[in-house]
Design a protein around this ligand. Structure first.
Ligand code: GLC
Length: 424
């Protein structure tokens, strides 16, 4: 990736000489994403902005795991480093990073009103707008429509149906020669992605979201136990034991290779599954994640997504904020939705015919996006990383048969109480 095209520098210099640019040309480092496709769908817009403004952009490739990325940013902020101007902020981070992010209100000129209010509220702390919503996520179920038709099975609406169908199709496909075929792939590697999966299982069984709106710890309940017990049954049956080491891209790789019937993943996977070289192109359907059973059972996808924020330690806050506004604009979000299936944070784009033509699920599953389950980051604030780590470890122990679900939620409750102490 060329970050300093000579031509840009010449143009920038010419613009300065001509007086077309009042501010001095700056170099802005932006965290465009972790994977190559994420960076590609960000970088071209950053470069377009650089061409227009005469500034220079540099990409910072963030670690693939959200947990690792947060650790990097916290180190950077602790050192008050100006190395990265624009940070990609996970929906769960504003409460953690709030002291290090610039208030964007003076630069946004009210543009935040064009985004989903819940996302703007999530990025606003103490009246300060700490990030511009960039794209929103929820957990979805991807399925092989061709295989469901072959085995005459409907798309599942409950986890029990998913497991039954996965077992039948896995047995059939393995017998037909696909020895490594898996019924269901998801993310069970320790870290934030497993936290997201576990929150979905627990909420789908009516087991709450660990901590309720009042800050009370609710995890030790029979429905949470049922949820974890259900997921544990998948490992070694409809999912290979290897799933304990899968993050998003591992699951996508298996599914996109035609080696799985069902996959839990975020919307970004759609554009890749539909890419010209994809083995499963034209064969995939998308639905809400299945429900559990018992009181309060529901379809539950974890709310994810990313904002763009300016570091308080940036040497060029005004210029960086200008790039953030460009990236969060309707035109850029539209292009990213069409080409990368990144869900816009602007409700108006869900009615855009080109966006809908490229991603029919965005319109048909709008309710699923609106009903997403938030992780308890708002309640836990600065303590959220410890909450997430405790949940991810508990889930990993249950899936790996190192703990019973009952013992795991009991221990988790104790750990959360220790983390909270008097208050969150
Ligand atoms: C996605 C979500 C983000 C979540 C992460 C976990 O990127 O948008 O909110 O924390 O996955 O892997």
């Amino acid at each position: 990736m060329t970050t300093f095209p000579a031509l840009h520098r010449l143009l920038a210099a010419a613009a300065l000489v001509a007086g077309a640019t009042t501010a001095q040309a700056a170099t802005i480092t932006i965290a465009c994403g972790a994977s190559a496709p994420e960076i590609e769908h960000c970088w071209k817009h950053a470069e377009a902005w650089a061409r227009k403004t005469g500034h220079t952009v540099r990409n910072y490739t963030q670690p693939a795991s959200a947990t690792a990325a947060l650790a990097v940013y916290r180190q950077l902020f602790a050192a008050k480093s100006s190395d990265i101007d624009i940070i990609r902020v996970d929906v769960i981070w504003p409460g953690i990073l709030k002291d290090h992010l610039l208030d964007l209100k003076p630069y946004s000129l009210g543009q935040e009103a064009e985004h989903f209010p819940a996302l703007v509220a999530n990025s606003t702390i103490g009246g300060r707008l700490l990030g511009m919503p960039w794209y929103t996520d929820t957990g979805l179920l991807y399925y092989r429509a061709d295989l469901l038709a072959k085995y005459k099975r409907p798309a599942p609406t409950t986890w029990a149906e998913l497991a039954a169908t996965a077992a039948i199709v896995q047995a059939g496909e393995r017998a037909a020669g696909q020895k490594d075929f898996q019924g269901f792939v998801f993310q069970a590697k320790s870290g934030e992605s497993l936290t997201c999966n576990a929150v979905e299982w627990i909420a789908s069984f009516g087991g709450g979201r660990l901590v309720d709106e009042r800050g009370d710890i609710t995890i030790n309940n029979p429905q949470a136990v049922r949820a974890l017990a259900t997921a544990a049954q998948w490992v070694g049956s409809i999912s290979s034991v290897g799933v304990l080491n899968y993050a998003e891209e591992d699951a996508r790789g298996v599914f996109q290779n035609g080696q799985a019937l069902f996959m839990r993943n975020w919307p970004y996977a759609w554009s890749l599954l539909e890419s010209p070289d994809s083995v499963v192109r034209g064969k995939v359907g998308v639905s809400p994640l299945p429900k559990g059973d018992g009181p309060g059972a529901r379809h539950a996808g974890t709310l994810g997504g990313w904002q763009l924020a300016v570091s308080k330690y940036s040497k060029h806050p005004e210029v960086a904020a200008d790039l953030v506004m460009h990236m969060a604009s309707a035109a850029v979000q539209k292009d990213r939705a069409i080409r990368g299936s990144f869900n816009p944070t602007r409700p108006a784009l869900y009615k855009d015919p080109q966006v809908v033509a490229a991603n029919s699920f965005m319109a048909s599953l709008l309710g699923t996006f609106e009903d997403s389950v938030a992780r308890p980051s708002g309640e836990a604030g600065l303590k959220y990383p410890s909450v997430s780590l405790a949940l991810s470890n508990a889930a990993h122990d249950v899936l790996g048969r190192k703990a019973t679900p009952e013992a795991a939620v009991r221990k988790l409750e104790g750990q959360l109480k220790l983390v909270r102490r008097e208050r969150w």
